[in-house]
Write a protein that binds this ligand. Structure first.
Ligand code: 3NM
Length: 224
């Protein structure tokens, strides 16, 4: 019996350019930011409204609805970070949880088998547990130093992904943390299926161009 929400080849494809953002990450209206990122070819989006400047309550809900509708117009999965109730209320495509958030097994149970479940894993043991809990993919990070997460763990380098693969983890993996147009190829070469990116897209001079270039790099068409 497969408890996973999507077949793993579809998940791998969706992870390629996995854009994450909340209003706290954006230098302009998050709706405009996402529009440009979608035009540039992002393959999945995670709504991560977190931290001091984050919206809450009705404002968060309204923003989520707008962003979800945009994703739907591009056929791009809309994932909610660490807010199962919001994901259920919106019938989002999935949820991403960290080790300190709601238990992955509980999220899988409540979302049902057809949704995408992502889990942040820092050790092979956490990755195995995530798989047992029904995760469709794991996020591994921080690969490089990041300014976007105050409580990020120790930097792993691309070697962190190589180690996961060497220990037999075959689940789709997305690298996260400090990934830029200059280092994304290293993450892919290490065995990741894709890159999760906040600031290299939200803070780019041209958001659309940045997303386009990530798409090239991760499809193997990048100039290394
Ligand atoms: N999680 P940027 S690092 C949300 O290590 C997040 O699990 C991380 O942002 C982890 O692309 C991170 O701007 C922030 O570095 C990624």
């Amino acid at each position: 019996m497969s408890r996973n929400g999507m077949d793993s080849e579809k998940v791998r494809a969706a992870l390629r350019v996995y854009f994450i953002a909340g209003s706290q990450d954006c230098l302009q209206n998050p709706v405009d930011v996402l529009k440009q990122a979608l035009a540039g070819g992002i393959t999945m989006f995670q709504f991560r409204e977190k931290g001091k400047a984050a919206r809450t309550g009705e404002q968060k809900l309204e923003l989520a609805k707008e962003l979800q509708a945009l994703c739907q117009s591009y056929g791009v999965p809309f994932i909610v970070n660490d807010d199962l109730e919001l994901a259920l209320a919106l019938d989002a495509d999935g949820v991403h949880v960290g080790q300190e958030d709601e238990l992955a097994s509980v999220v899988r149970e409540r979302m049902g088998p057809d949704k995408i479940l992502g889990v942040s894993a820092h050790t092979a043991q956490e990755a195995r547990q995530a798989m047992a809990d029904g995760a469709d993919y794991i996020g591994v990070g921080p690969i490089f130093p990041t300014q976007s997460k105050a409580d990020a763990k120790e930097v792993k380098g691309p070697e962190g992904i190589i180690e996961f693969r060497q220990s037999g983890i075959q689940l789709p993996i997305v690298g996260i943390g400090g990934i830029t147009l200059d280092n994304a190829h290293l993450v892919m070469q290490a065995g990741a299926d894709g890159v999760s990116v906040i600031s290299a897209i939200t803070h780019a001079t041209s958001i659309e161009e940045s997303a386009k270039r990530f798409s090239h790099i991760t499809s193997g068409n990048g100039i290394l």
